[in-house]
Design a binder for this molecule. Sequence first.
Ligand code: PXL
Length: 287
Amino acid sequence: MKRVVTLQDISCVGKCSLTAAIPVLSCLGVEASVIPTALLSTHTAFESFIAYDLSDKIGEISAQLIENNIRFDAIYTGYLGSIKQIEEISAFIDRFRHGDCLVVVDPAMADDGMLYSGLPDDFVDHIHPLISKADVIIPNLTEACMLLDMDYSEPSGFSMREISEMLARLSNMGPEKVVITGIHFDECSMGAVSYDRATDKVYTAENTKHNGRYLGTGDIFSSVVTGCLLEDQTIAEASKHAVDFVNRCIEETEKAQDKRWYGVNFESCLGELCKTGMAFNKSESEE
Ligand code: PXL
């Protein structure tokens, strides 16, 4: 079984980052190890919250992991709450990366054209060195624009040609594979567009368009992509699984009587994800 270490925050209440990544990765048949980068009472979309930055613990924890000869098949980073955290995570990658280790960076810092609350305005400048270390990056459209220093208009404001150019430019920053999420294809369909430098091809993954903003879906998406890549899926296949799973989570959220504004009902869909994970393992054992 492959082992991934994911470096993200944990909220006591709030369905995002680690509380979403762990179940998703487990369902896909991947061992999920964690380095909690911050502890929050709730995620930052709640009216009030407290947050403890754990950046200064990452070095000490790493030393202990090395002492125990622990190796990872992948390092996957999510939402980052401070510039110090980016530096610590970069150092972690330098320490733990080896020939076969996949580095996945979700530069979770912004949405709807705006940086997440509490992040400094120059945050994007500091994230570039982390992007250049990644094999795979998974920005949403807002984050992709920020990384490329482009204006963000609206999700439907970009042609496929422009998106393809953006993917290639992001890949030129280092990552071999890039997925841009939150692309609106037409009135009824949305999803993600991915690029693989190895094939020099662009792939689209579409499903039903939902109106409204669903918190934590980016974290769920990146966790599905990471799990699928570790199960030897291509970036096109991984993105399609992620688009479909997020779509199912939103469908279940919309159906729910006790709809929770702060995250999607991914729990109702984990059974389906486990079936996807089991199918990967079945085809592996048949090989
Ligand atoms: O889903 C991204 C995310 C992760 N972690 C925390 C957040 C957010 C988005 O608001 O606040 C703490």
